[in-house]
Design a protein around this ligand. Sequence first.
Ligand code: ADP
Length: 373
Amino acid sequence: MKILIANIGSTSFKYRLFDMTTEAQLAKGGYERVTDYGDAIDKSLAEMKASGALPRLEDLTAVGFKTVLAKGIYGCAELTEDVLRAMEQMNDVAPSHNPPYIAGIRKFREKLPRTPLVGLFETAWWMNAPEAAMRYAVPEQWAEWGVRRYGFHGASHRYIAERVHQLLGGTDLKIISCYLGGSNSVGATHGTRGVGNSLGMSPQSGLPHNNRVGDLDSFAIPFLMKQHGLTLDQIVRAMNKEGGMLGLSGVSNDMRDIQEAAAKGNARAQLALEVFVHSIRHWIGAYLFQLNGADAIVFTAGIGENQKEIREMVCAGLDWFGIRLDPQKNNAYQRGQEAVISTTDSRVKIMVVPTNEEIVVAREVKKLLESKP
Ligand code: ADP
């Protein structure tokens, strides 16, 4: 059973091909600065043919997608025209994510008309979170329209939770996972239940992102419109493209550039780092309370795996909670490893675990196909 997982960004197309009988990864590749998804799909399929990973298109059982948000659909679903329309209804909430996915999926439909296309929505892992954690205090009508927290990065937080259970042993662990990359979120899982995520109704919320705003008091918007004459489109654009770490630092949306500038004495870059870390600690603190403690705090993704300074700042001064980073283990960590970086007497294990969202999507696609009569 061969399942292709397509990861579609606004200007990128990445893929991984799995043999889901063994979970072996057969191929991996992708393109940056993509202007035509059809072209990227053709090239990727040709690569997999040439390498022998996928000699015949008929051997492809399904294509899976890490889809983001659709109105009324939260789990794993076959991507019919109805589901694509439900995604389109949420384009205003996920403007950087939904339109490229919808365009890419439609291209796949053209190229592979008989192959099932299946999406695992990023909201899926939070479907069973407590209602009290997911509601905003808005008029009931708004809640019925879908104004509520959904949570995202579900495939990654799920992968980390399942992997940490395997690594540490146990079935009922309390895990706080920090996905720190281009988008950022802190998630809480208890056993097999995702119980909370810093991302709310949109993938622009929670922690500051590379150039997306993170949490913002909603009354900033009428203030900007009425006092400063900005249009709603200008505000939305700024919140999506000119906010986050870029807006804060004035330097870059890339954490490496921000750290370099901060090390040279750039005060805004230093403040950007501190705001980022403050926000991560804010959410970890919230989940330590909600979970009544934690077995593990886990770092993953581009920043989580590569930036020891950020891990150190996040874990500093938490002795009272029994959370103790081992500086030597933290400094020695190399990307790709799965490692515990806390001291042996730390009550909470601090870990770095590389994520693998694609395998989570592939497993759910397989499960959905096998459940069909
Ligand atoms: P995405 O969420 O878009 O997949 P990534 O997980 O690739 O993003 O994370 C991008 C972030 O990770 C950037 O801010 C970048 O600075 C940081 N990063 C990626 N690779 C490295 C590295 N080798 N060293 C330090 N930082 C890195």
